[in-house]
Design a protein. Sequence first.
Length: 369
Amino acid sequence: MTLDLCAPCLFGLEGPLANELKHMGVDNVRSQTGRVRFAGDENAVARVNVRSRFAERVLIELGSFRAVTFDDLFEGVKALPWETFIPKNGAFPVKGYSLDSVLHSVPDCQKIIKKAAAERLGRKYGMTWLPENGDLYQIQFEIMKDTAVLYLDTTGIGLHKRGYRPAQVAAPLRETLAAALVDIAGYRGKGDFCDPFCGSGTIAIEAALAAKGRAPGLKRRFSAQSWGCFPGRMWDDERSAAAAREYDGDYRIFASDVDPRAIELARANASRAGVDRYIKFSVADAAKFDRSTQRGVIVTNPPYGKRLLDETEARRICTAFAAAVKKTSGWGVYVLTADEELDKCFGRRADKVRRMYNGTIRCGYYMYK
């Protein structure tokens, strides 16, 4: 069956995600703010969950309708085909949000949606009480400008949680954002790759995963794996197909940090990700960065005074780093920062700045080529 699907993503990652989905062979890919919509069959659900580097989760869109009263919301939800996916014992909690809408109380909307879905399922299964002691079918909703959209979440734990980073330093970078930084910088496994402010190693690890072509979700489980409405073997098939796409090479990936504890954690995270042999970690001061190879790219997320240090100290560190980089010719430098005056540190305007969000912090991805 053809499904209407939605992959939410961090703001600024819509382009990389849309390109990624197109390469996966799904249909009708449309970018919107904070998400990419597309169409596909059951296998597409598994494929995107297993292989996507940039999506936060994969949602099945059940339907949308205008809702300015609770009666509108109740009747709209009740008209949707919940029984196509949710069995008689399925657990179906509800969560979501409302923005710029008459129905602004999220708890009240949750109760109405739950009641309407339960009534629909009860009638379909001839039951007055639903036990909800089976597998999870998380209902998500959004109400924006009085239009309600209802989804089922196939992912469960967010796709950014790859499973390799139980230990981390302060102010960690989300894995999906790190993967996008690597992708936008154009790193595909050739030439040198460096992160001189590596922290817990996320950018370098995502660079290694991208270089190998390793699917981020290869070894994790997803909510929809236990759904009876999907053929169980499709998950194994998609994992096998993803594993067959991997390749090996002689990668030159370097990650350093001035904090020895960060390097210790980064090494452990890389080991859990299975890429530790592809990354050379070292304790080093970014202000003394020096590389003599003719081809390379620096992708990094230095402290910028929002979560770590103060702005004055963060600016001093970035200025010293920029001075060191000037001595290295032929390298592209890509810096994610909330410092809107980063150009002053480098003494020139960036060739391009891309707006992104690191959590709730509005950042720029500065590209010096």
